[in-house]
Design a protein around this ligand. Structure first.
Ligand SMILES: *Cc1c(COP(=O)(O)O)cnc(C)c1O
Length: 394
């Protein structure tokens, strides 16, 4: 059955991108492993090639499995069509590369995901694209940074590690007046908690590796587009040679089915941890826009319907040994890159010397926590033992 137009998000998550009647009644779409796709006649092959990206012509350009994920994410987020990519970084790079050429200029938020920054600094600059970083709190003031050759404004809200909220609608309005496209990394909020196209965004990118896959076991990206931006992004992803692997796409689809309930639980546990941490003597402040006294709270409330489980904690000054004693001994929190899986994580954020448009000033070290699906009281007890080790070592 096609989904009704007024279907709510949880219904879309359960039903979008699958058609059991087309698949012997099997609930989930099959995993198509494909490179070659055969055509019965020259005429049929030529017709298919004319409809490239709207039919199946070659494994690299997608299969019914890829199309199922793309359809589900676009439907959920409010995009026209989405493009799967082999990682979140491939989604970021594919989206940016579609819109810039030598001589162009791109504006990038100063709190952007660090590998995105590295791509801009080391790849875009090498190909003659000028890069300027902007204060995440700039809002409509971004108009003063726009140049005739500015083609892209790359946003991420809240930004990686520091979680400031940008005023995306104000930035988008200024960018559009100057003829630039607005890209947004929407990985943190996911297509459930933020609908970027309603905020004026032209292209939304996701590290599906995080909450969409949701189980710390597959790398996947997705770029969600408006009708106007779709072919530009689709061609760029194809020309870069990106192709998402079928089993990973399947894991993305499987993760999507439970993402609504998972996110609500991640949010609830993150709030519980954040409130507990705020009251601790070892903590300077908690960086989480869902907290009412967070500087980004008003914008978060206006632009998003929820908060995911990732947040930052600025500690009071302490020695490196004390921080290591706390983190090295954690029993439930793993230490490692990525997030969005079912398990809790903690790591030190290295913010020194990264920013160029703004300065990150904090009295002590900053750590990033991912609130997993464990019982929050066990997670709090683990943190409490960690703080005891920190105090004993400091
Ligand atoms: C992890 C992440 C990415 C990159 O995703 P990968 O799948 O690891 O390549 C991009 N943006 C943000 C905000 C991320 O957290």
């Amino acid at each position: 059955m096609p989904l009704r137009d007024d279907s709510k998000d949880d219904t879309i998550l359960a039903h979008a991108g699958r058609d059991p009647r087309a698949n012997f009644g099997v609930v989930n779409p099959p995993v198509y492993h494909a490179s070659t796709i055969l055509f019965p006649t020259v005429e049929a092959m030529e017709q298919a090639q004319k409809k490239r990206f709207f039919t199946y012509t070659y494994g690299r350009h997608g299969t019914p499995t890829t199309a199922a994920l793309e359809e589900a994410v676009a439907r959920l987020e409010g995009g026209w069509r989405a493009v799967a990519a082999p990682s979140g970084m491939a989604a970021v790079v594919g989206a940016i590369m579609g819109f810039v050429k030598t001589g162009d200029h791109i504006l990038v938020t100063d709190n952007v995901y660090a590998p995105t920054r590295k791509h801009c600094d080391e790849v875009l600059k090498r190909f003659g694209v000028a890069v300027t970083y902007f204060d995440p709190l700039i809002g409509a003031g971004i108009a003063t940074l726009m140049r005739p050759e500015t083609k892209v404004v790359f946003t991420e809200a809240p930004g990686s590690h520091t979680f400031e909220m940008s005023d995306i609608p104000a930035i988008a309005a200024a960018a559009h007046r100057a003829g630039a496209k607005v890209l947004m990394d929407n990985t943190w909020a996911t297509p459930v908690f933020c609908k970027p196209f309603k905020l004026g965004v032209d292209v939304a990118v996701h590290a599906a590796t995080k909450y969409i896959v949701g189980h710390s076991d597959a790398m996947l990206g997705i770029v969600d587009c408006t009708e106007e931006t779709f072919l530009t992004v689709r061609n760029a992803v194809a020309q870069l040679g990106y192709s998402a692997a079928p089993d990973d796409v399947y894991l993305g689809l499987r993760g999507l089915r439970t993402m609504g309930v998972r996110l609500r639980q991640h949010q609830q546990t993150a709030l519980t941890l954040a409130r507990w941490l705020k009251a601790r003597p070892e903590v300077e402040r908690v960086l989480y826009p869902a907290l009412p006294d967070d500087p980004g709270h008003a914008i978060w409330k206006r632009d998003m319907t929820g908060a995911s489980g990732l947040f930052g904690v600025v500690l009071k000054p302490c020695s490196k040994q004390a921080l290591s004693a706390m983190l090295d001994g954690m029993e439930l929190y793993g230490m490692g890159a990525s997030w969005g899986g079912f398990e809790s994580l903690i790591l030190p954020s290295h913010l020194e010397g990264i920013r160029t448009a703004t300065k990150w000033i904090a009295p002590g070290p900053t750590v990033r926590i991912h609130a997993g699906l464990e019982d929050p009281s066990d997670l709090i007890a683990d943190l409490e033992r960690g703080f005891a080790r920190l105090r004993a070592t400091n």
